[in-house]
Design a protein around this ligand. Sequence first.
Ligand SMILES: Cc1cc2nc3c(=O)[nH]c(=O)nc-3n(C[C@H](O)[C@H](O)[C@H](O)COP(=O)(O)OP(=O)(O)OC[C@H]3O[C@@H](n4cnc5c(N)ncnc54)[C@H](O)[C@@H]3O)c2cc1C
Length: 386
Amino acid sequence: MSSRTSDVLVIGGGIIGLVTAWRAAQRGLATTVVDPGPGGGAARVAAGMLAAVTELHYGEETLLALNLESARRYPDFAAELTELTGHGLGYRRCGTLAVALDADDRAHLRELHALQQRSGLESEWLSGRECRRLEPMLAPGVRGGLRVDGDHQIDPRRLATALVTACERAGVVFHRSWAERLDVARDRATGVTTADGTALGAAQVVLAGGSLSGRLAGVPDDVLPPVRPVKGQVLRLTVPRRYAPFLSRTVRAMVRGSHVYLVPRENGELVVGATSEELGWDTTVTAGGVYELLRDAHELVPGITELPLTETLAGLRPGSPDNAPLLGPSGLDGLLLATGHYRNGVLLTPVTGDVMAELLVGGELPEQARPFTPKRFGAALMEQPA
Ligand SMILES: Cc1cc2nc3c(=O)[nH]c(=O)nc-3n(C[C@H](O)[C@H](O)[C@H](O)COP(=O)(O)OP(=O)(O)OC[C@H]3O[C@@H](n4cnc5c(N)ncnc54)[C@H](O)[C@@H]3O)c2cc1C
């Protein structure tokens, strides 16, 4: 068995592990990432909406503060990453239009608008006609909508690729293998043993394994994060040049109770998503999933049936019991968590990198991240999903 040590070992090279490693290395820590395919994970599937305002849900006001803080950091974060790596990220400050097609959906959207106003957020109610003036491809049946100019988008695949490059440039070492088990000595995490038989030692270990975070062998039961996989199916279509601009901003709606969104990228890609399914580790793309997304998207924007369908994919969101991430020390010395980002991981990437680096360097979780300590779940940590 070979061995190597570093200051920080990050388990998982999805966008959360990568941003943590990049920021830690920038602060002078010798950092290793263990992952068989860094830059993969849920970001290969995700739509990349940066939607603090339109993703607001009842009971998630604490999460809202973190989401807004990350959205605020996005312009500088994206500019820094692009300057360092030369990679464009498809960051578009295009805004979002959330629309309603029937009376029930309209009532739901009105409630969301009221909640947004109570939370001091900027959004404007528009009539159906005003919505169609902004987005002429919308169905004539649209009965009203919310214009949210502050909700933007990024291309998560380009973000992941840029983060790998940024890590390499900052001196992060990639160990391309699975972490098979956490190594613990005298009640302290000391590193991992990998599937290829390497012992990777570190002063601090960060578990950023996405939906797999609750499954790592060797982590004591009362420390394993209560993270579960939530499946999402997504379609990618292409807007031929002759149809451009098909949509000029993200359009989303609740159609008979299920959410659908269309995210138009600069490069002509149109992402349509997403299902939300509690089906364990299954990532099958199903006829039913594709049918429902196309049916709902077609009701919203009938012209999409003309577009080439270029890709269908399913991925797993790392869900947590309160839909908010777990950031900070676990109950085991030397083991920190950065996981459970659920449906906002792309949005939360900048703030996660910053708060995790601060914790790794200074030993303190910054103020804005304290509500997200893994310790908030207490006994719930013991109740792992099967
Ligand atoms: C359909 C869908 C749509 C989404 N849309 C949006 C959106 O519009 N906006 C938004 O903000 N977010 C969105 N998300 C959520 C976002 O993609 C996730 O929250 C985010 O990508 C999670 O990143 P992560 O790094 O924590 O986990 P992951 O991306 O799951 O990465 C975890 C990594 O850890 C590795 N790993 C796990 N266990 C081990 C181990 N034992 N050893 C070594 N490596 C390991 C895996 O190989 C993987 O590469 C969406 C997600 C999905 C699925």
